[in-house]
Design a protein around this ligand. Structure first.
Ligand code: 5GP
Length: 126
């Protein structure tokens, strides 16, 4: 069920619980600003999620409220994970679903890294 983007940050969303260690996850990378882990329901041979550690619902929320350090840290973490996983040459797709029309289900900003095979057309045909 897509989230309502007008709601405030929910401290009990599943990724907040993962960040607090209340729910297990398969860690791929972690630094001061970001955490990366395997998606529980992979849509490609490689399906990693990268999230900022701060309480941000979406890209617009993050870009409006996060500090420059948090933003730089998160952007660098996504690139770091891609490089570390050897995805630069075969290539990969970044995807961030936001809000209702974006089909976002977890109300904590996350970037999907999809790779390991051709990921297909950019969007489904209408
Ligand atoms: P969204 O649709 O919000 O962009 O993507 C949410 C993603 O989170 C989905 O790909 C889903 O499989 C993943 N996900 C949902 N719950 C969990 C969980 O408990 N653990 C992990 N690792 N991934 C989850």
């Amino acid at each position: 069920m897509p989230i309502d983007p007008t709601l405030p940050y929910d401290e009990n969303n599943i990724f907040a619980k993962i960040l607090r260690g209340e729910i297990p996850s398969h860690k791929v990378y972690e630094d001061e600003w970001s955490y990366a882990f395997e998606d529980i329901n992979p849509q490609a041979p490689v399906h990693t999620l990268v999230i900022p550690k701060g309480p941000y619902v979406s890209w617009d929320d993050f870009s409006a409220k996060a500090s420059a350090e948090e933003i730089a840290g998160f952007v660098r973490a996504v690139g770091h994970v891609a490089r570390r996983m050897g995805l630069v040459e075969p290539g990969y797709r970044l995807l961030a679903n936001i809000g209702r029309h974006g089909g976002q289900e977890v109300p904590h900003l996350h970037v999907h890294i999809l790779a390991g095979q051709f990921i297909g057309p950019m969007v489904m045909a209408r």
